[in-house]
Design a protein around this ligand. Structure first.
Ligand code: AKG
Length: 246
């Protein structure tokens, strides 16, 4: 389902923008639901905020927070990109909302969990990959994700905080776009200099042999599991559990 050009772009640059992939009505519903969840977690005193002045917020475990998220994470084009990078049996590592409120600073470049914990040289093949869902237009001003093209080939080094990399580019696009990022590509959210929140989803995937960032099978309710499609069950890790033979 990825074209040869799309695969080539991922191989060469380490990221791929799927522009206007999600219909507008679905995007707006995902945005409304995401902000409602973020607000509810704040009100309940259970919010997961980060960056200076709690100017960014995550909402974790989206699979358990509405059918719209269960459906979204099974988008065939996103899954095709993940299958290309991580194998057809890849699983979900985590699925979160990421809100950058006005004034959120640049988060800095990084590679994704758990790559920075690995000895070097890191493997030249992909182990984890992210899909950044633009629920707003992502612009130079509101914190569009930055990437360093080709940096997934730098197997020995990590981005240094405080260093300005001249080859860093912000990936802008209309709401409804999805940015696929090889987890080894140097990337991060940038500063939100507008008066509006920048809302995104992060559908983060890993090879099936890896431990996901979240223990889905403990976190997701029986109700969600009972209605899960075979694809969702595979993404939640049901097909890649450790052997229980005695
Ligand atoms: O929200 C973004 O623009 C990117 C977030 C990110 O880089 C991450 O969580 O790994």
């Amino acid at each position: 389902m990825l074209t040869a050009i799309e695969k080539g772009h991922l191989d060469q640059h380490g990221f791929l923008l799927l522009e206007s992939l999600i219909p507008l009505d679905t995007t707006l519903e995902l945005r409304e639901r995401s902000l409602a969840l973020a607000e509810a977690e704040k009100k309940a005193g259970e919010s997961h905020t980060y960056l200076a002045n709690a100017s960014a917020q995550r909402v974790w475990n989206l699979i358990d927070k509405g059918e719209i998220f269960e459906e979204a994470i099974q988008h065939p084009k996103v899954l095709a990109a993940m299958a290309y990078l991580l194998g057809a049996d890849c699983t979900l590592s985590s699925f979160t909302v990421n809100v950058l409120y006005p004034g959120a600073p640049d988060a800095g470049l990084h590679i994704d969990y758990p790559l920075s914990a690995l000895p070097t040289p890191r493997p030249s093949f992909s182990l984890v990959a992210n899909s950044v869902w633009f629920l707003d237009d992502f612009t130079l001003e509101n914190g569009a994700t930055s990437c360093v093209p080709g940096s997934h080939h730098r197997l020995e080094t990590l981005p240094q905080s405080g260093v300005e990399y001249t080859d860093e580019v912000q990936i802008c696009g209309p709401r409804g776009s999805v940015l696929i990022v090889n987890g080894a590509t140097w990337h991060g959210s940038s500063e939100n200099r507008t008066n509006e929140p920048r809302v995104g989803l992060l559908g983060f995937f890993c090879r099936s042999i890896l431990k996901p960032q979240q223990a889905h099978l403990k976190l997701v309710s029986d109700e969600v599991l009972s209605r899960a499609t075979p694809t969702l069950k595979r993404l939640l890790g049901l097909d890649s559990q450790p052997n229980m033979n005695t």
